[in-house]
Design a protein around this ligand. Structure first.
Ligand code: OGA
Ligand code: MN
Length: 294
C-alpha cells in the first residue's frame, strides 16, 4: 500500500494505491489504514469496483456499522433501495429512477448540500463514513471536505477561549429548517421523536493524534444557554471561516472511487448536479462512534 499526499497539505487527504477492497485485508494493513485516517482525515481509493457486501466487510474492519434507519432518514423501510447497513446517498427511488422535484425524500437529501458531519445529531455521532461511487453524474456532484483541525489551529486565541466549553444542540430538524423543509409538518408526532436535538461539545480532541478539532455541522441549531438567533449567527460565521479554500479539498468523482472520511475532524458537503435528470448512485457505510461525548 502507498499513500500520497499533496505537497502543500501533508496532513490532510491521502491518495491510497496498492489496495484491493474486493479482497480481505490483514490486521497489519487495517491498522495502517486506520492510522492514516486519524492523521489525514480523508483517504481516497480509486478504481474499487466493489459491491455492497464488500463495502460492508471493509467498513467492519474499523468498528461497528451504524445502521441507516428512521433516526437518520425519512424514507420508509418498505421504500428502501438498499439494506440498512448502507445509507442511500443517491437521488434514486426503489426503481432506480430519480426523485421528482417535490418528493420529500429528495428535499430531505438536499440537506447533504449543507456543510455537515454525519450523524452529529445522534447521541453517539459517527466515526468514519465510507462513500462508494457506483455511478457518477456527468457534471457537478463533487464532494467537498474541510479540515476542522487546521481550522481550529488557525483560530485566534480569543475565539479558542470563547468556544472552549461551548455545547451545541444538533438535530436534523435544524439542518432541514435551513432549506425551508419543516420536518415537524412532514412527520407524525411519534416519528419526530427520532429527531429530538442532542448536545455535543464544539471542541473535540483526537486521542490518537492529540489534535483538537471544531465539531461543527449545519445540524447545529442552538448553542447551550444562548438564544437561537445569536447561536445561528455565531455558528454560521464559524462555518464560513472553517470552510475557506485553504482548509478545503474538492473531490471530483470517478466511477468506483471510494472515500473514507473521519467525521470527528472534518466537515463535508455535496455539490449540485442535474439531479432531476441524471442518476448519481452513491452508497455510504458508516462506522459508529465509540463514545457519547457529554
Ligand atoms: C454523505 C454525504 C455527500 C455527497 O454520504 O454523508 O454527505 O457528495 N455525501 O454525496
Ligand atoms: Mn454526509
Amino acid at each position: 500500500m502507498k499513500i500520497e499526499t499533496r505537497q502543500e497539505f501533508p496532513n490532510f487527504v491521502g491518495f491510497v494505491s496498492g489496495v484491493d477492497l474486493k479482497k480481505e485485508l490483514n490486521d497489519e494493513l487495517v491498522k495502517k489504514i486506520d492510522e492514516a485516517i486519524n492523521k489525514l482525515s480523508v483517504l481516497v481509493f480509486r478504481n474499487q469496483n466493489i459491491n455492497d457486501n464488500e463495502q460492508v466487510r471493509f467498513t467492519k474492519y474499523f468498528g461497528k456499522i451504524e445502521a441507516s434507519g428512521n433516526k437518520s432518514n425519512i424514507t420508509k423501510a418498505k421504500d428502501r433501495r438498499l439494506s440498512t447497513d448502507l445509507a442511500d446517498v443517491s437521488n434514486l427511488d426503489k426503481n432506480n429512477k430519480p426523485f421528482t422535484i417535490n418528493d420529500p425524500r429528495r428535499i430531505f437529501n438536499l440537506g447533504n448540500r449543507l456543510w455537515h458531519t454525519d450523524s452529529s445529531f445522534k447521541k453517539i455521532p459517527a466515526k468514519y463514513s465510507l462513500l462508494s461511487a457506483r455511478n457518477v453524474s456527468k457534471e457537478g456532484g463533487n464532494t467537498e471536505f474541510a479540515d476542522m483541525r487546521e481550522a481550529y489551529d488557525c483560530l485566534d486565541d480569543n475565539t479558542k477561549l470563547k468556544i472552549k466549553n461551548m455545547i451545541c444542540e444538533h438535530s436534523l430538524i435544524y439542518s432541514r429548517q435551513r432549506l425551508g423543509f419543516d420536518m415537524t409538518r412532514e412527520l407524525s408526532s411519534e416519528e419526530i421523536k427520532n429527531f429530538i436535538p442532542v448536545e455535543q461539545p464544539l471542541v473535540r480532541k483526537n486521542n490518537f493524534t492529540q489534535r483538537k478539532t471544531i465539531f461543527l455541522s449545519s445540524h447545529i441549531g442552538k448553542i447551550k444557554d444562548w438564544i437561537r438567533p445569536d447561536s445561528m449567527c455565531f455558528i454560521d460565521d464559524l462555518i464560513e471561516y472553517a470552510t475557506q479554500t485553504k482548509f478545503k479539498y474538492i473531490h471530483k468523482w470517478s466511477q468506483n472511487d471510494l472515500i473514507i472520511w473521519d467525521n470527528r475532524q472534518t466537515m463535508h458537503r455535496a455539490r449540485a448536479f442535474d439531479d432531476l435528470k441524471e442518476s448519481r448512485d452513491m452508497r455510504r457505510t458508516t462506522v459508529l462512534g465509540e463514545e457519547q461525548l457529554i
